[in-house]
Design a protein around this ligand. Structure first.
Ligand code: ARG
Length: 590
C-alpha cells in the first residue's frame, strides 16, 4: 500500500481492510464536513451484516448541525445517494443515528483472499511494532522447586505474547528470569548437607530435590535454627564461597535440565535464560544508585526505600546481613535490561500475588528518575483451579506439570486408538493434540480469569477447545486433499454468495486487527476467541453441504468450487497461523 492510500498511517493496523475503510471515510467526510482522518477513526463495525460494513455515528455532529443525530444521518444519506458512489463503495443507508456504508463485496473478497493466498503464513503480520523492542519476562520457575502446574500460565501466556508481538512487528526478547538465587537456595543447601544431595545416578533428581524441599520446611517448623542456617549459606553463596558455589551449580543444573525438557515439549525457546543469579555482580551498581539519589534508609539494620507516601510497605533492598532480596535483583535486572535492549515495553508475566512487588519495583525505578519505567508493565493472570482445590508446594502437595502433559497425551492416544486406529504418525498427532489442549485451555479466557481444569472439558472435540480448532483445521485439509487441486490463484470470477462465505471473508479480513489488540492489551485470548468464532462459522458452512450438495465446497460447478477452495484454504491458513501464535500445532490429519 502506498503512502497515498494510507495518509493517516493507520493501514498498518487495519491491514487489508484499510483501503475499504478509507473509501468509506472519504465518502462520509465529504458530506459531514469533517476531516477524513476524524471520520476514519470514528468508523465502527455494524452489529449485523445486513447493516453494511461500516457505521458512522452522527452524535458528535449534533452540536454543530443543531439537529438530532437521526435527522443528520437521514439528510446526509440523501445527499450521498444523489450522486454516484466512489470506487469500492456500493450503498449508504441511515439507521437511526448511524450512517451505514456498504462496500463492493466482489472487490473486497478478491482483495482479502488474494492477500491470504499470496502471504500464506505471514498473513496477518503487521509492522506497527517495527523498530521497537519489547522485553517479555515469563515462565521464570524456581530452581529449587519442581515445575508445578502453577508456572504453566506464565509460560503459556508469555510465549503467546512473544509470538503475537513478533507478528505485530516488534523485536522480542523473551527472558526466563529463573529463580536460581536467594535464601531458598541456602535452605536447599542445608537440606543437601544434612540429608544427602541428589547423586549423579539419581534417576529422578527433581523428585529428590522436591522431597528435600518438603522435608526442610517440615523440620524447620520444629527447629527454626534451620532457617538461620539457610540464610547463612545464602550469604556465603553471595560472597563467593566455593563450597556454596559447588552446591549451587549442582542444584541449578538439575533445574535447568528439567525445565529445558518441558520447554521442548511445549515448543518454547527463550532468547535469554538469565536467572536471578545473573545479576549478582550487578547489584552494587543498583544499590549505589539508590544511595546516590538519597533514597536509601536504614530500618532495623536493613536497607530500605521508604514508600509510605504511596501507601506501600518499604521496598527492602538489603537484609540486615547485607544479602540481597528478590526485589534487589529485579531492580538490577531493570537497569540491565533497559541498557541492553533499549525496550519500549517490558512485560512481566507473573501471577497476581506479586502485584505489590511490581508496584514497588516500578515506583523505585520512577523515584530513581528512570523515566522509561513507564513502559514497564506487570501482566498478571488468574489461578488454575482444580476440583481438589489450591495446592501448596511447601507441604508436598503439588501437581507436576510434566505429569499433566503426559496424562493429556495418553488420554488423546486412547481416543485415537478408539476412533481412528489407522492414523499415520499417531504419536506425533497425540502429542500435538494433548499438549495443544492444555495450552489452549489456558489461553481461551481473559487472562485475569481463573482457569478451570477439568479433563472432560479440555479434551472435548466439540467444545470451545484446542482439539475442536485442530479438528476444524484437519477437516479443511481433508477437503483440500479430496479436491486433488491446490488453489494458487483466484478464479476469473469469484463466486462466494452464501452468507456464511461472506461472513468468513469478513472475519479473515480482521485477523491483523485482532493481533494488534492482543499485542496492545497483552491479551492472547483475543486470538483464541477469534479462532473459535471463525471455526464456528466454518463448521456451520461445512454443514450446509450435508443438507444440500450444491452447497458443498466440492460441488459440481467448476467456478464455484474453485472459489470455495480458495476460501477454505484461506480459512485453514488463518486457523493454522492463529493456533501457531498461541503455541498450538495444527496436524493435517487427526
Ligand atoms: N521466580 C518467580 C516466581 O516463581 C517469578 C519471577 C518473575 N520475574 C521477575 N522478574 N520477578 O515467583
Amino acid at each position: 500500500m502506498s503512502k497515498e492510500d494510507d495518509p493517516h498511517g493507520q493501514e498498518k493496523s487495519y491491514g487489508p481492510l484499510s483501503a475499504f475503510r478509507l473509501a468509506a471515510a472519504r465518502t462520509i467526510a465529504t458530506v459531514a464536513d469533517l476531516p477524513e482522518e476524524t471520520v476514519y477513526g470514528l468508523l465502527e463495525s455494524p452489529p449485523r451484516p445486513d447493516l453494511g460494513d461500516f457505521a458512522f455515528p452522527c452524535f458528535s455532529l449534533a452540536k454543530t448541525h443543531r439537529k438530532a443525530p437521526p435527522m443528520i444521518a437521514a439528510s446526509m444519506v440523501e445527499t450521498l445517494n444523489a450522486s454516484p458512489f466512489p470506487e469500492l463503495i456500493t450503498a449508504a443507508q441511515a439507521t437511526g443515528p448511524y450512517i451505514n456504508i456498504s462496500i463492493d463485496h466482489d472487490r473486497f473478497c478478491r482483495a482479502i483472499l488474494e492477500l491470504v493466498l499470496a502471504q500464506g503464513e505471514s498473513y496477518g503480520n503487521l509492522e506497527t511494532g517495527k523498530g521497537k523492542a519489547v522485553v517479555i519476562d515469563y515462565s521464570s520457575p524456581n530452581v529449587a522447586k519442581p515445575f508445578g502446574i502453577g508456572h504453566l500460565r506464565s509460560t503459556v501466556i508469555g510465549a503467546a505474547l512473544a509470538r503475537i508481538h513478533r507478528a505485530a512487528g516488534y523485536e522480542v526478547f523473551g527472558i526466563n528470569h529463573l529463580g536460581d538465587w536467594g535464601t531458598q537456595f541456602g535452605k536447599m543447601m542445608v537440606a543437601c548437607m544434612r540429608w544427602g544431595k541428589p547423586g549423579e545416578n539419581d534417576p529422578d533428581p527433581v523428585k529428590t530435590m522436591f522431597n528435600l524441599y518438603v522435608r526442610f520446611h517440615k523440620e524447620a517448623e520444629s527447629d527454626p535454627s534451620l532457617e538461620d542456617e539457610g540464610r547463612a549459606w545464602f550469604k556465603k553463596l553471595e560472597e563467593g564461597d566455593p563450597e556454596a558455589h559447588k552446591y549451587w551449580v549442582l542444584l541449578s543444573d538439575i533445574g535447568r535440565t528439567e525445565f529445558s525438557r518441558i520447554y521442548d515439549r511445549l515448543g518454547i525457546q527463550f532468547e535469554h535464560f538469565t536467572g536471578e543469579s545473573f545479576y549478582n555482580d550487578k547489584l552494587t551498581e543498583m544499590v549505589d544508585l539508590i544511595k546516590e539519589k538519597g533514597l536509601l534508609e536504614t530500618s532495623q539494620d536493613a536497607q530500605i526505600v521508604n514508600l509510605e507516601k504511596w501507601d506501600m510497605p518499604p521496598a527492602l533492598v538489603k537484609k540486615a546481613d547485607d544479602s540481597s532480596l528478590y526485589l534487589t535483583r529485579d531492580l538490577a535486572a531493570l537497569l540491565y535490561r533497559h541498557r541492553t535492549f533499549q525496550f519500549t515495553k517490558a512485560l512481566y508475566v507473573v501471577g497476581m500475588e506479586q502485584t505489590l512487588h511490581f508496584r514497588q519495583l516500578f515506583k523505585v525505578g520512577e523515584l530513581l528518575g528512570l523515566d522509561w519505567v513507564e513502559g514497564c508493565e506487570h501482566i498478571p493472570f488468574g489461578l488454575i483451579r482444580f476440583k481438589e482445590g489450591r495446592m501448596s508446594t511447601r507441604h508436598g502437595k503439588i501437581i507436576f506439570l510434566e505429569e499433566v502433559l503426559d496424562r493429556s497425551v495418553d488420554l488423546v492416544q486412547k481416543i485415537i486408538d478408539e476412533k481412528n486406529p489407522e492414523l499415520e504418525n499417531k504419536e506425533e498427532v497425540a502429542h500435538a493434540i494433548g499438549i495443544g489442549a492444555i495450552v489452549f485451555n489456558d489461553l481461551k479466557h481473559r487472562r485475569l480469569k481463573d482457569v478451570q481444569f477439568d479433563w472432560d472439558e479440555i479434551l472435548n472435540f466439540d467444545g470451545k477447545t484446542g482439539p475442536y480448532l485442530q479438528y476444524s483445521h484437519a477437516r479443511i485439509s481433508s477437503i483440500l486433499r479430496r479436491s486433488n487441486e491446490t488453489p494458487t490463484a483466484l478464479p476469473e470470477k469469484l463466486q462466494l454468495d452464501l452468507p456464511e462465505e461472506k461472513d468468513l471473508v469478513r472475519r479473515l479480513a480482521t485477523f491483523s486487527r485482532v493481533i494488534q489488540s492482543a499485542a496492545d492489551e497483552s491479551e492472547p485470548s483475543y486470538v483464541s476467541t477469534y479462532l473459535l468464532d471463525l471455526a464456528e462459522v466454518f463448521n456451520r458452512y461445512y454443514n450446509l453441504g450435508g443438507k444440500n450438495p450444491a452447497n458443498r465446497v466440492l460441488c459440481e460447478d467448476q467456478e464455484i468450487r474453485s472459489s470455495r477452495l480458495c476460501l477454505v484454504l484461506s480459512v485453514k491458513t488463518v486457523l493454522q497461523k492463529g493456533l501457531a501464535l498461541l503455541g498450538v500445532k495444527a496436524p493435517e490429519k487427526m
